[in-house]
Design a protein around this ligand. Structure first.
Ligand SMILES: Cc1cc2nc3c(=O)[nH]c(=O)nc-3n(C[C@H](O)[C@H](O)[C@H](O)COP(=O)(O)OP(=O)(O)OC[C@H]3O[C@@H](n4cnc5c(N)ncnc54)[C@H](O)[C@@H]3O)c2cc1C
Length: 511
């Protein structure tokens, strides 16, 4: 069956746009959304799929970053903790509370140090929905069931987890709703100044066709590709540069009951997160390794697999090894180079280089940042653009829901129970998955459908044609991989044959 694709063509016949954002990761879509909502005409180009870069390869936490307190990053932690509250409100289906258990291990950080860090974490920003940290005994508790018996004490604290790639897509949808053009599989090739405009060349990354447009300002939000994109902007001089650090994760079968996760201190003083992943699996990460190759070719090494398994095996009741790995992925952090020798100690704060001169119109270059702080980073970017756009509206995103996030009283749990009842023809786990992926838009997706056999072709594991239509029409899914690894994680469930059927369907859905 044919599906109408999400719009991805740009009007270039003499049209001048205010802003071109290069890069469809969290920072690019966040800036595009904010700018479009403030009245700018915006296009965003992404050389691959949305979130194809670092923004689908994170630990999926919306968090203050407890560990950064040790490096004195109080500004960053406070801003991130504030953002955690804002994002919990904006997208309750995508940003959900999680309780972390942090075992106390003798010979590692003393209990007073952990308690002080958690006290700061509790109080650096106002908490409305998340619980305060506590000290607990581990014997005979749900939190202790997965912890080795010799570890008897722990702290618990609250943070949030998300689906990183879907957070990106929801921001792209929000930008699009406010008029931004979202051009996926469209590579930024170069920009030349032409009086007070940039003459930009783009290339359709699949068909190869070139196109050009004129814009008043550029934002380079190409993440770990930022240094490759910068020289393609003629005449650009910058003060700060990027430092690349690789981080990898492994996915294993979940080996404890409950929704909580673990934060484990490692022997090298780093910390490893062990979190629930896609219902029945667990995510272990991350590593931190200096990286100097192409971010297009990043992959986990056998040493990283061993490092992550060993870190879990030391404190948890598991004996993980390479044979237990269900899936793995690696990403590249683009950090602001602060000359720190240790990759783990390089600042996680962000910097935006703003340049404009008699020789060229404005350009912003985004360095660093976290998934958690993207909304605030976007506000900073818009503040830097303000002198160039008299018509720019005020900041607005702190009070606005993301698409599908408009739940009554922001109560996702109650909405989920209701949706399971309303869509009683679906298995409960399937209904829960749909609501978590799409929020209130799940009702639109099922409009007019009251029976399982009216959902269209079933590709396996609960992926039906009606959801695929939605992903293609409204979420810019263009390939099977976009669907299987970024819009959803059905890639973990579908067989090779089912994947081929999906590929055939999606290839046949072009208009
Ligand atoms: C291992 C790891 C774990 C992490 N965990 C967390 C976490 O738990 N919580 C948290 O808050 N943060 C976390 N982060 C940080 C977070 O993931 C990143 O800060 C964030 O995703 C960066 O987003 P970005 O938009 O800057 O870059 P990206 O997501 O990499 O986006 C840049 C985009 O630009 C595109 N692009 C490149 N060149 C061009 C071109 N010429 N034309 C068009 N497009 C182009 C790329 O294809 C890419 O999609 C983690 C990072 C890593 C690596």
């Amino acid at each position: 069956m044919m599906a109408q694709r999400a719009a991805s063509s740009i009007g270039i016949s003499g049209e001048i746009l205010d802003l071109l954002v290069i890069g469809g990761g969290i920072n690019g879509v966040g800036i595009a959304r904010d700018a479009a909502g403030r009245g700018l005409s915006v296009a965003l180009c992404e050389k691959g799929d949305l979130a194809q870069g670092t923004s689908s390869r994170s630990s999926r936490l919306i968090h203050g970053g407890l560990r950064y307190l040790e490096y004195g990053e109080f500004r960053l932690v406070q801003e991130a903790l504030r953002e955690r509250e804002i994002l919990l409100r904006a997208a309750p289906h995508l940003v959900r509370p999680i309780k972390f258990v942090l075992p106390h291990v003798s010979g590692m950080r003393p209990a007073w140090m952990l308690r002080t860090g958690l006290f700061l974490y509790d109080h650096l920003a106002r908490r409305r929905r998340l619980a305060a940290s506590t000290a607990i005994a581990l014997d005979n508790t749900p939190e202790g069931q997965a912890v080795r018996p010799e570890l008897t004490r722990a702290f618990t604290y609250a943070d949030c987890r998300t689906d990183d790639a879907r957070l990106v897509v929801h921001n792209a949808m929000a930008a699009h709703e406010r008029g931004a053009q979202v051009l996926t599989y469209t590579e930024f090739v170069q920009a030349q100044p032409q009086k007070d405009l940039w003459l930009v060349q783009l290339r359709d990354a699949r068909a190869g066709a070139a196109r050009s447009l004129r814009v008043r300002a550029l934002v380079n939000a190409a993440g770990p590709w930022v240094e490759g994109v910068a020289p393609r902007i003629a005449g650009l001089r910058r003060t700060h540069h990027a430092r690349l650090v690789k981080g990898s994760h492994v996915v294993v079968v979940k080996f404890w009951r409950g929704d909580h996760g673990y934060l484990l201190q490692n022997v090298d003083r780093r910390a490893i997160f062990v979190t629930p992943y896609e219902e029945d699996l667990a995510l272990l990460g991350t590593t931190d390794l200096a990286f100097s190759e192409s971010p297009d070719a990043v992959a986990i090494s056998s040493e990283e697999v061993r490092y992550l398994c060993d870190a879990a095996n030391r404190q948890l009741r598991c004996a993980l090894g390479p044979a237990d790995i269900v899936h793995s992925f690696s990403g590249v952090r683009c950090l602001v180079d602060d000359d720190n020798v240790d990759p783990s100690a390089v600042t996680r704060d962000y910097h935006i280089d703003a340049t404009s001169s008699a020789q060229h119109p404005p350009v912003l270059t985004v360095l660093g940042g976290k998934l958690t702080t993207y909304r605030r980073l976007a506000e900073h970017a818009l503040e830097l653009l303000k002198p160039h756009f008299a018509k720019l509206g005020p900041a607005w995103t702190a009070q606005s829901s993301l698409p599908g996030g408009d739940f009554p009283q922001g109560d996702f749990e109650r909405a989920q129970q209701r949706f399971v009842q309303d869509a009683a023809f679906l298995p409960a786990a399937h209904a829960r998955g749909l609501l978590a992926r799409h929020g209130t838009a799940a009702y639109r997706l099922l409009a007019g459908i009251g029976r399982l056999d009216a959902m269209g072709q079933h590709f396996g594991a609960g992926l039906y044609e009606c959801e695929l239509h939605h992903l293609v029409r409204h979420e810019w899914a263009r390939t099977a991989e976009d669907v299987l690894w970024r819009r959803t994680k059905f890639g973990l469930r579908l067989s090779a044959k089912q994947t081929r059927q999906l590929t055939q369907w999606i290839d046949g859905s072009s208009v």
